[in-house]
Design a protein around this ligand. Structure first.
Ligand SMILES: Nc1ncnc2c1ncn2[C@@H]1O[C@H](COP(=O)(O)OP(=O)(O)O)[C@@H](O)[C@H]1O
Ligand SMILES: [Mg+2]
Length: 338
């Protein structure tokens, strides 16, 4: 056991990264955790090919993790596009659309094609389980195979650049945004905009309020899918309440039903990613797991998911403490001196 601990530390096994592209690898599907299938729910909602979907949970509960994992698993008919809300007036639909167009223009080519190539690789690997006929999805037949060639990527980015030049008047920007989205549909790719860094609105609820009331409303009417990571608190804002019935889906992250089992699975997955194939019991005893579960449960609210980021931080702290302890083996009791 002792030699596992430094390795877990060296490999940052319980580290929580801020990097969206790394989250999918660590993600454990909710059904595997014994919880309702929110992964499937999000996937099916995206499959509808329209509207705004919110993924709701407290900070650290796993919104980005779910969005990253599901976006990754979509087939090549979908094109996930991350749109950041940092440094943009997200509550102003025209400003947000302008920013989304600019991000599309500036996105590195490799990033634009990555999803397609990964999805195609997966499809080849899964050939046995895949039907050969493409089903009708979201009202169009997806083009099988590699579509995002260098030429097409160039065309998409050129279109974005042109829309940006044309979009001098705010009233024209939203139409430009839709024309750009149509470019994706023309190549038979459903654009899926991912808005997942909304924690930045933490100190400014008025931005969140306006984002839902104005921007999400405008995008709900566009021909695209938008997935928005939404802190539970935001759902109480008037702007959110007003747009709620326009949402394609609102997906709330559930509490882990069996917390000890769930945490065991999440932590074991991380140990495995760190190359350590050992059961959790080798590093955390039953009492430790109980304490960890307790800290997760304290952060849950009314059946909603707790703070996994903090739970992982507790695990890291425990690891630090264990590592700083003197490595002495359980001390043989000293002979009593009278
Ligand atoms: N289903 C899950 N399986 C494994 N790890 C998860 C899962 N959900 C969340 N995590 C981990 O918990 C931490 C917090 O999740 P994150 O998605 O960043 O939360 P949020 O976006 O809600 O603030 C991350 O380190 C992430 O890897
Ligand atoms: Mg997040």
């Amino acid at each position: 056991m002792r030699d596992i601990l430094p390795r877990l530390d060296d490999e940052f096994a319980f580290q929580t990264s801020g990097r969206f592209d790394l989250l999918a690898d660590e993600h454990v599907a909710y059904v595997t955790l014994g919880a309702p299938d929110v992964d499937g729910e999000l996937r099916r909602s995206i499959d509808r090919g329209e509207g705004v979907i919110t993924v709701v949970g407290r900070m650290g509960s796993g919104k980005s993790s779910l969005i990253a994992a599901v976006a990754n698993s979509l087939d090549e008919g979908f094109l996930p596009l991350r749109v950041s809300v940092i440094g943009v007036e997200a509550g102003d639909p025209a400003a947000f659309a302008r920013h989304a167009i600019a991000e599309t223009r500036d996105i590195p080519d490799a990033q634009l094609t990555r999803h397609e190539s990964q999805a195609l690789d997966r499809a080849t690997a899964d050939r046995r389980t895949q039907t050969t006929t493409r089903e009708l999805r979201a009202g169009f037949e997806i083009a099988a195979g590699n579509v995002l060639t260098a030429k097409v990527v160039g065309d998409v980015k050129r279109a974005a650049g042109e829309e940006l030049e044309r979009a001098t008047d705010p009233s024209l920007v939203l139409r430009g945004m839709q024309r750009l989205l149509n470019v994706f549909w023309d190549i038979k790719r459903c654009p899926v905009m991912l808005v997942e860094d909304t924690d930045h609105w933490g100190g400014s609820p008025e931005v969140a309020d306006a984002f839902f009331d104005q921007t999400a409303r405008a995008f709900a009417a566009m021909d695209a899918v938008m997935v928005v990571a939404t802190q539970s608190d935001y759902t109480r804002l008037d702007g959110y309440q007003r747009v709620r019935d326009r949402l394609t889906a609102e997906i709330s992250l559930p509490q882990l039903p069996d917390v000890e089992r769930g945490l065991d699975t999440v932590l074991t997955r991380r140990m495995r990613s760190a190359g350590i194939h050992a059961p959790l019991q080798d590093v955390l005893d039953q009492q430790g797991l109980q304490l960890l579960s307790q800290s997760y449960i304290e952060s849950t609210d009314d059946g909603h998911a707790g703070d996994l980021r903090r739970t992982l931080a507790v695990m890291r702290a425990a690891l630090d403490i264990a590592l700083s302890e003197p490595t002495a083996s359980p001390s043989p009791s000293r002979p009593l001196r009278s």
